[in-house]
Write a protein that binds this ligand. Structure first.
Ligand code: CA
Ligand code: CA
Length: 162
């Protein structure tokens, strides 16, 4: 009788151990880095410097350049969640865009074969900083493969005229 009780205790112990391990491995597979993924953005694609006159009306284009090396799928981005100086996009398109030259007034780089997200923002919706050069963060959310919403962001330098 005592032996069978020991066996039962051992069996329960093994089952409990397996359950703890299973729970732990589940936690591990669900783990995600807490830092928001950085994406490459290009304010005014094809243009460098990215000069903007806040006193005129119109739209400013921002390309979100995501390729197969990123953790973000370009089509998982929640368009309406993206913010650029307080504005949300008024227009968007999925297209492979040419990229701004690295040096001012240099030659733009041709499309690289990976589809990008091209967003347009209405200047009337935006809050501009004072005249000068500013590092601007464009941020938003994307949906992960397991259906969660995660933040991403990217930065580019913008020149505010006037
Ligand atoms: Ca640019
Ligand atoms: Ca591209």
């Amino acid at each position: 009788m005592k032996v069978s009780l020991k066996v039962v205790v051992v069996v329960i112990g093994v089952i409990a151990g397996v359950m703890v391990l299973a729970a732990k491995s589940d936690t591990v597979t669900q783990w995600r880095p807490s830092i928001a993924p950085k994406v490459q953005i290009d304010i005014k694609p094809l243009s460098n410097p990215n000069s903007v006159n806040p006193n005129s009306t119109g739209k400013i284009a921002v390309a979100i350049l995501v390729d197969s090396r990123n953790d973000i799928d370009i089509y998982s981005i929640i368009i309406e969640s993206v913010r650029f100086l307080g504005a949300s996009p008024c227009k968007f398109a999925f297209e492979d865009v040419g990229v701004s030259p690295e040096k001012p007034d240099g030659k733009p780089l041709p499309p690289d074969g990976d589809v990008d997200l091209l967003l347009h923002f209405d200047k009337g919706d935006m809050v501009f900083p004072a005249k000068g050069y500013w590092t601007i963060t464009v941020a938003g959310y994307y949906r992960t493969e397991d259906g969660r919403f995660r933040r991403f962001s990217g930065t580019d330098v913008m020149r505010v005229l006037k």
